[in-house]
Design a binder for this molecule. Structure first.
Ligand code: ZN
Length: 285
């Protein structure tokens, strides 16, 4: 039987601190490889809880530069090194990812790195980070899998200056192997890029921030329309793309009843297998 990948939801929350959900981070495990998508609050602790050695994570794929998605990128870089990472850590992300990583390495944690590199020889010296800035298209592949990216739409219709909008590049990712396809929506509303990512996917890990019942005023209406897909569209997106298993993630904090309401809204539009994500849940292909 062919080896199958699994998805581990490391963090299913959003930017607002939620006692029951860490920040956005999703792991694909396949054939000894651990591919990490986003590095939100608590990601390293969650890796350890999931039984994944931080040194074994590689590569890292960044969807966009909101702080809930890259807030613990430094922790992934430094903790993987401290835990014995021997290879360069590969990081893929939108333009300006290199500037962010360089700031972490040369302006924020430069003393920490020099301290451990020079002062603690048992660690074995600094292990570098290799950043590749990407757009839509093929990203990286191994002998057994390949990852591609698509542009997604995440707040591009807000009243932002054109110069900022050009810099605001947001990506979703598609993982393919012989056993099947896993799509990671990133933060997005319904858009062409998301449809291409998700088309015929065995698993779509999809942001789903609010239940329709939480969309109650101008601000939440704008959010659902322009920034993050919610219960009113997520089921339709998955149905249209012919997704087999839809995994919901990136929730604003809500009680169990509201989460049930959200799931019921999505089920109205999507007849496939629905998984309401929770931290450390593993979803098999
Ligand atoms: Zn975002």
């Amino acid at each position: 039987m062919a080896e199958k990948p699994s998805v581990v939801l490391l963090g299913t929350g959003g930017p607002r601190p939620d006692p029951s959900r860490d920040g956005p981070a999703t792991l694909i495990r396949f054939g000894g490889d651990n591919l990490l998508f986003d590095t939100g609050r608590g990601v390293v602790k969650q890796l350890v809880r999931a039984g994944v050695a931080p040194a074994e994570v590689n590569p890292v794929f960044v969807t966009h530069h909101h702080y809930d998605h890259i807030g613990d990128l430094h922790d992934v870089i430094l903790s993987s090194w401290l835990a014995g990472r021997q290879q360069a850590l590969r990081i893929f992300g939108p333009p300006e990812t290199r500037r962010i990583v360089n700031a972490l390495l040369t302006q924020i944690y430069d003393k920490d790195i020099e301290f451990r590199d020079q002062g603690e020889p048992a660690i074995g010296g600094w292990k570098p980070v290799e950043v590749t800035e990407i757009g839509a298209g093929p990203v990286w592949e191994s002998a057994k899998w390949r990852v591609s990216a698509e542009y997604v739409v995440h707040g591009h219709g807000l009243d932002l200056p054109p110069a900022f909008r050009r810099r605001w590049v947001c990506l979703g990712y598609r993982f393919e192997c012989a056993a099947g396809v896993i799509a990671i929506s990133g933060d997005t509303i319904e858009c062409d890029g998301l449809h291409r990512l998700a088309q015929d996917a065995d698993i779509l890990v999809q942001c789903c921030y609010l239940a329709d019942a939480e969309i109650i005023d101008e601000s939440t209406r704008r959010l659902a329309k322009l920034t993050l897909a919610c219960g009113d569209t997520v089921g339709k997106i998955a149905a249209r793309a012919n997704v087999r298993t839809l995994v919901l993630t990136h929730f604003r904090q809500k009680d169990a009843a509201m989460l049930d309401t959200l799931a019921a809204e999505v089920r109205r539009d999507f007849a496939g297998r629905l998984v309401v994500g929770a931290d450390l849940m593993s979803v098999e292909l």
